[in-house]
Design a protein around this ligand. Structure first.
Ligand code: SF4
Length: 255
């Protein structure tokens, strides 16, 4: 991803651009990068957490330890499983955290389901992308418009489409600095942290779900099966992104 100027006038964006150009942040430890981001951008920094992956909860735990008022938001697509809503409330209770729940535009979703039906995502890639765009990508962009920086739980080994993710990037479409502190963490690193710090996670992981998204688009996988086989399992691996971490100009191929 290139490092041209983000939209915001935040003075710390220039520092971020220098760090990206020099790749200096690639050597920073997770807590070091989070502390830098919080110091520079809070309260216009927020964690994007699906509450369906342990990575987001690890980051929430770490950020809370650095700054108890650190912000977190979740996109409520309207199709999330009950276990995810339960986890949001467990996090609210344990950390006394004001989780920012972001909803899609009701009129847009209403128009989509009237035209294409409730379960359009199974019918074609285009319809699945439309659903992800209206329920996730557009609400996400709307929320990012109020931020200068975003923290994500992306890891390089998660997917072929994430192999080149850097610790610090610019999301040019959204105009924010993107902070990815877990890019070089392994699956075992994440779960080891969860267990050693008793981090609350989605109960569906115990039922074989490596990651939990919308209920109709997530399923359990067998032991040894590719973890991404649990999401949009009827599609090719190359198309398995919802679009939240894909540049706006490539929207349509990556959502
Ligand atoms: S994951 Fe499935 S239900 Fe959720 S927004 Fe995407 S297509 Fe729609």
């Amino acid at each position: 991803m290139s490092a041209s100027a983000p939209r915001s006038e935040n003075p710390h964006h220039a520092e971020a651009l220098e760090l990206i150009a020099s790749e200096a942040a690639e050597a920073w430890k997770t807590e070091e990068l989070l502390a830098w981001a919080i110091e520079r951008f809070h309260p216009r920094l927020a964690l994007s957490c699906s509450f369906g992956n342990p990575e987001g909860l690890v980051l929430l735990h770490l950020m809370h330890g650095i700054e108890p008022a650190s912000r977190v938001f979740v996109l409520d697509t309207g199709r999330l499983p009950q276990e995810t809503y339960d986890l949001i409330d467990r996090v609210r209770d344990r950390y006394d955290k004001d989780v920012e729940v972001v909803f899609p535009d009701a009129g847009a979703v209403q128009g989509m389901v009237r035209e294409h039906g409730m379960n359009l995502f199974y019918e074609s890639l285009e319809k699945r992308q439309l659903c992800c765009r209206l329920r996730k990508v557009e609400p996400n962009r709307r929320h990012l418009a109020g931020l200068d920086a975003l923290v994500t739980g992306l890891r390089r080994e998660q997917n072929v489409t994430r192999a080149d993710v850097a610790k610090l990037e610019i999301d040019e479409g959204a105009g924010v600095v993107k902070v990815n502190p877990l890019v070089d963490w392994s699956h075992d690193d994440v779960w080891s942290f969860v267990r050693s710090h008793n981090v609350p996670v989605n109960r569906l992981h115990q039922a074989g779900y490596p990651s939990v998204g919308c209920a109709p688009c997530s399923r359990a996988v067998r032991p040894g099966e590719d973890p991404r086989a649990g999401r949009w399992w009827w599609e090719n691996p190359e198309t398995k992104e919802c679009g939240l971490h894909v540049e706006e100009e490539s929207e349509g191929s990556g959502i």
